[in-house]
Write a protein that binds this ligand. Structure first.
Ligand code: ATP
Ligand code: ZN
Length: 809
């Protein structure tokens, strides 16, 4: 935080939460937020004046600012980093900014006239799609450009963005409508039909248009016309349409599609079953005395319908609701279900949204257009001012934790704090609660509500362990699939049912190896082997994105005997299509879902029954609700157990239970086949028995004994440097200093990171265990801040980076 002077003329308007323009360094201007107003001039530097105020009303409310301060302190980062994560760049005007014309702006119909200089900028934007801050200075020949840009933003004439990928590309449709004169009278319309007589193709297009747009009864409908693509969808030829346009029957025009769909609610909430109703009532009773409730409901128990009822009640009482979902893959289906009930009062906040779409949701929350938001973890930063309820669905999901960059927050934990500031309630939902949350429930800190049966007549799936090694010995293993798995798949296909196959590794196969010298491809920037991607014919690093072409011979010994080892989703898809040539295959992983609608398309196809077998990574394990899936195969069960962490057991339990939970969600019981080389392992038995409580009890014994969460708090510190020696030395220096801090319980390390080098930076990790008391943690963090600052002033450590991760996951 920096202190700035408030010039006299701006003083009357000053309020906490206003965006202001400030000078930073010699040439830079930045947008800042007023966090505090005080009378203490800084000691170390001469305060510069604020250049301008961007808002009439605060963009950020006092609750948000309080939340930011809490986050910066708790997650050990700068308040500026929190602010940066919170505010979409479209709301941050700076000398780094670029501007583009707002495609929804129309000078003629705009309520606000532009002055000469503003018009000049818009003219320039007609010639050049984007302008930098400097371009604008040049065009107008003035030094302080922000008042003009500020005014253009306020008049909704331009949009601001910082990086190219944030630039807003409007979705433009070509639409078709009848020429106005034909809509005026029935006689005119009949005349066209005469004109197209004997031209069946043209007639068919005309009829189709009139079916979708009944202009006889509602001539006004013609104005909007129809999307050209949909008109031609059913196989009508483009050339017939062209002729109709040429002959002046139809006209085509461009239409900018709204970024956020305006959909009306289409259905009422479902009636709760009696079990759901009991759970619903219990939740509300707990809320009377507790801030947070854990809803532990088995897969398919109908948690979503309970959420819907609660959301409705809270919205009716006039408060806001935020519902967090871990990933977009999951959001597509649930969002669809929620949208049907909540329609246009629900805003959606995706990770794949462009920055300007985020601005739209942000403004929608500010204006009250979206009293309800469904979103991924960053939606906790939206400008809510009166939350009544925060729901965290799939609360156990590791993806709620942000790794990089700072703030490295856990969205579930932060959401609980956010709700606390709003005096709102938090509902955590999961079929496999995190042990931290269940522990809190067990201790009476959270209310606890259980749903132990699936909705309707559905029952929980049946498990089968299938022994890979045994099948191999008997020559029954085909392309790494066991006979049992193949039989189950075949049976499902015969019954026109669907199959999900889970493997937590994308790409074709993990390694390409030389059979003569056992060379494997290594990333040049990280100490990991490269993954083979067959379709792209590349070796790729999954840590830094580095890629290279597959060599035709071994770079080490020249041998041409290169073979692939192990199985990724891409290869499994290929194997299954060889084993089941008649089945239609689909694959869902990071590689097939990069585009914005990638998930949606795959899920739509799967829902429509156009895919028989869907192979996927952890993306397919969450929340999906498809009635025809009866068989789930876990390709490599052993891989799931090998998580390098104290949470290995918990994670494996969650992952297997969740993916299994996709099977048999309606009247036919699901079957789950786990392939393993070692099926007798205890963990498999526990998952199959489904005894969460016993599993929890046993795990807690170990965690208590070895000091792991929930009995202690963890802080992980990574020391990074491009030079291995310096990194090691700095890590030890830090370690030495920490030994003198009294409050810690245990300091482990420093050790080489699990991956010793990432993006050319060597990594050393220390793990600190702290007592759970809040006071201990603040004392520790104060000490840590001091230690790091001191170390950074040592010349040889100047370019060392220390990354502090509180509650690492
Ligand atoms: N009260 C209800 N009326 C009608 N259908 C319901 C009702 N409750 C649940 N369902 C249906 O039961 C199915 C399972 O419900 P839902 O997807 O909400 O389960 P879930 O608890 O979220 O499961 P998971 O943890 O696996 O995501 C869905 O198809 C849902 O539409
Ligand atoms: Zn790499």
């Amino acid at each position: 935080m920096f202190t700035y002077k408030i010039p006299k003329n701006l003083q009357p308007q000053i309020q906490i939460g206003l965006r202001v323009i400030v000078q930073f360094g010699k040439k830079k201007v930045l947008t800042g937020i007023i966090g505090k107003v005080h009378n203490k001039p800084p000691q170390a530097y001469e305060a510069k004046p604020i250049l301008d105020i961007l808002d009439d009303q605060p963009s950020v409310n006092p609750l948000q600012i309080r939340f930011w301060f809490w986050m910066a302190e708790y997650y050990f980062c700068h308040i500026g980093e929190v602010m940066f994560a919170s505010i979409p760049s479209g709301l941050r005007l700076s000398s780094e900014s670029k501007i583009q014309a707002n495609p929804n702006f129309d000078l003629e119909t705009s309520k606000y006239p532009l002055d000469v200089r503003e018009e000049k900028i818009l003219e320039a934007l007609e010639k050049k799609e984007e302008l930098s801050y400097e371009d604008c200075e040049e065009i107008l020949g003035v030094k302080t450009i922000h008042p003009i840009l500020k005014s253009l933003v306020a008049k909704e004439a331009i949009l601001i963005f910082e990086k190219v990928q944030e630039k807003y590309t409007p979705k433009v449709e070509t639409r078709i409508r009848l020429k106005e004169e034909f809509v005026q009278s029935k006689g005119a319309l009949e005349a066209i039909f005469e004109a197209v007589q004997g031209k069946p193709k043209q007639e068919s297009i005309l009829l189709k248009y009139l079916r979708d747009v009944p202009v006889f009864n509602k001539p006004k409908l013609n104005e909007k016309g129809v999307d050209k693509a949909s008109l031609l969808e059913e196989g009508d030829s483009e050339s017939s349409l062209k002729t109709l346009i040429k002959n002046g029957v139809f006209e085509s025009f461009k239409h900018v599609v709204n970024r956020i769909d305006e959909e009306e609610a289409e259905r009422e909430a479902s009636l709760l079953s009696s079990t759901q109703q009991v759970a619903f009532d219990e939740i509300k009773t707990h809320f009377e005395s507790k801030q947070s409730v854990l809803l532990h409901g088995v897969t398919g128990s109908g948690k979503t319908e309970i959420y819907i009822k609660l959301i409705q009640e809270v919205l009716e009482s006039g408060s806001q609701v935020l519902m967090l979902l871990p990933e977009i893959a999951l959001t597509t289906q649930i969002v669809g279900r929620l949208k049907q009930v909540f329609g246009s009062q629900m805003g959606v906040y995706h990770s794949k949204y462009s920055d300007n779409e985020r601005v739209e949701v942000w403004n929608g929350v500010l204006s009250g257009r979206f009293p309800f938001v469904v979103g991924v973890r960053s939606s906790i930063f939206l400008p809510f001012d009166s939350l009544g309820l925060v729901i965290v669905d799939e609360e156990h999901e590791p993806s709620y934790k942000q790794f990089d960059p700072a703030p490295r927050f856990h969205a579930r934990d932060a959401a609980i704090m956010l709700a606390y500031f709003h005096q709102a309630k938090t509902l955590l939902g999961s079929a496999t609660p995190s042990f931290e949350s269940y522990y809190n429930a067990n201790q009476g800190k959270y209310g606890y509500v259980q749903l132990s049966h699936r909705f309707g007549d559905a029952s929980l799936p049946e498990f089968f362990l299938s022994n890979i090694s045994a099948d191999r010995k008997k020559n029954l293993l085909k392309l790494d699939s066991t006979r049992l798995l193949r039989e189950k798949i075949q049976h499902a296909l015969d019954q026109q049912q669907q199959v999900i196959i889970f493997q937590n590794r994308r790409g074709y196969s993990p390694y390409v190896q030389c059979e003569d010298c056992s060379w494997t491809g290594q990333c040049v920037q990280c100490d990991v082997s490269l993954t083979y991607h067959q379709f792209a014919e590349e070796l790729r690093c999954h840590y830094c994105g580095y890629k290279e072409k597959i060599p035709s011979s071994c770079p080490a010994c020249g041998s041409t005997q290169l073979s692939t080892q192990g199985m990724g989703t891409e290869r499994i898809e290929e194997s299954l299509s060889l084993l089941f040539p008649e089945a239609r295959m689909g694959r869902m992983d990071l590689d097939t879902t990069r585009s914005k609608y990638g998930y949606q398309r795959l899920l739509d196809e799967f829902a429509a029954g156009q895919i028989d077998i869907l192979v996927g990574t952890q993306m397919i394990t969450k929340g999906l609700d498809f009635g025809k899936v009866t068989v789930v195969g876990i390709w490599d069960g052993d891989r799931i157990l090998n998580f390098p962490d104290f949470r290995a057991g918990e994670r494996a339990y969650q992952q297997i239970t969740q993916v299994a939970g996709r099977a048999g969600r309606r009247d036919i019981q699901g079957q789950v086949v786990i392939q393993s080389r070692n099926p007798d392992q205890e963990l498999f038995q526990k998952v199959i028995q489904g005894d969460y409580f016993e599993f929890f009890r046993q795990e807690m014994i170990d965690r208590k004994k070895y000091y792991y969460p929930p009995f202690v708090k963890l802080v992980k510190i990574t020391t990074r440097h491009a030079d291995a020696k310096t990194a090691e030395k700095a890590a030890h220096a830090l370690h030495y200093q920490m030994a003198n801090v009294a409050v810690k319980k245990i300091v482990l390390g420093p050790e080489k990171g699990i991956i010793a080098r990432i993006k050319n930076q060597y990594q050393y990790e220390s793990l600190i265990k702290l007592d759970r008391q809040g006071a201990t943690q603040s004392v520790f963090k104060e000490n840590l801040a001091r230690i790091i600052e001191e170390l950074q002033s040592v010349p040889e450590f100047r370019s060392v980076r220390w990354v502090v991760d509180v509650d690492p996951s």
